[in-house]
Design a protein around this ligand. Structure first.
Ligand SMILES: [Zn+2]
Length: 339
């Protein structure tokens, strides 16, 4: 790697969004004076009577969860998007708005209240992958739905109010901002070069081996060159797959293994249940040619230098662009040692 990237301030280009991140490696050694939060590493029970996601418990709307044994999915009782919202638009000079319809679901990964993905083995996570595939296909097949966003918010620090292992699926009529940016970047690259943007990027990463954390026959876990969050990571399929529905059973297992390896390593960084937001970006379900899409899963963890010291996106990052101190290469080296 160019030594300038290790020693001097510079900005790196995010090929997927077309945006830049400022990197300040020379600052990584300055003394820390900041907030220290109390760490909560208490053991949770396997079943919590007061948890609305645990098997057999009653949810706020009065429905009773079945005594599920692996993955359980239900339509969100307090969804951010409404399926039956009427079609309307506001086009009043510079005041512009349009109706948005959607369906939101909750995906319980396991009936065991005490677990997280990091505590589940690849076979258990494979069942979650199967459930994601089924939902992507079913929701995407609905005429209302043109994009299916699968994500997880883990940890109180990420604003997750319930520690029960679960994620969400928000599906809607139009492409959300982040997806729209990636759609444009991948489409432009595909039209110009006739190949997958992320596939070509992966080939370069596999050759350099500076930011790879783990790989198996079908997937690579790496810190992207343009990562913003200190321990941001991405899981990318080696073959060109537009969405998770392109994965066969064996590939679904290898995907689950990649998730398992990364989340287990995360927990070892600061010896805590590592918080993050993770999400899958994949082909829209709008019936168009989306062969330019190369699906990937991103993890955005907020922790910076201990279980209680997190990164804030404030000041310059609110008004200018995101910034990081520790380089993607250093972060990859650290996590690789914990796999
Ligand atoms: Zn629970």
């Amino acid at each position: 790697m160019s030594t300038e990237l290790e020693d001097y301030s510079h900005k790196r280009f995010n090929i997927l969004t077309g945006e830049w991140v400022l990197v300040s490696p020379h600052r990584a050694k300055r003394p820390w004076q900041g907030q220290n939060e109390a760490v909560n590493n208490e053991k949770r029970p396997t079943h919590d009577e007061s948890c609305y996601l645990c098997a057999g418990n009653t949810r706020i709307n009065g429905e009773v969860n079945p005594k599920y044994e692996d993955v359980f999915i239900f339509t969100n009782d307090f969804a951010a998007l409404q399926k039956d919202s009427p079609d309307f638009s506001v086009d009043d000079g510079l005041l512009i708005a349009q109706s948005e319809k959607g369906i939101c679901k909750v995906v319980c990964f396991s009936p065991d209240h005490s677990k997280s993905l990091a505590d589940m083995d690849a076979n258990e996570i494979q069942k979650v992958v199967f459930a994601w595939q089924k939902e992507y296909k079913e929701l995407g097949g609905n005429d209302l739905i043109n994009y299916v966003q699968i994500f997880e918010n883990k940890g109180a620090v990420m604003g997750c109010s319930n520690p029960h292992p679960h994620g969400q699926i928000w599906s809607q009529s139009t492409l959300p901002n982040e997806v729209d940016k990636k759609n444009t970047q991948q489409l432009n690259y595909h039209q110009k070069n006739g190949s997958s943007l992320l596939g070509d990027y992966l080939a370069q990463e596999l050759e350099k081996k500076e930011r790879i954390i783990f790989e198996n026959d079908a997937f690579v876990v790496l810190i992207p060159f343009w990562a913003v969050w200190p321990f941001e990571a991405m899981i990318v399929p080696k073959a060109h797959k537009s969405s998770i529905s392109d994965l066969n059973e064996e590939e679904a297992y290898l995907y689950a293994e990649a998730i398992s390896v990364l989340t287990k390593a995360y927990d070892k960084i600061f010896n805590t249940s590592f918080p993050y937001s993770s999400g899958i970006h994949q082909a829209p379900t709008n019936g168009e040619d989306n062969s330019h899409w190369h699906f990937h899963m991103s993890f955005y963890p907020p922790l910076l230098r201990s279980a209680s010291v997190k990164k804030f996106m404030v000041g310059y990052e609110m008004f200018g662009s995101p910034q990081r101190d520790i380089t993607a290469e250093k972060a990859a080296q650290m996590i690789r040692g914990l796999v």
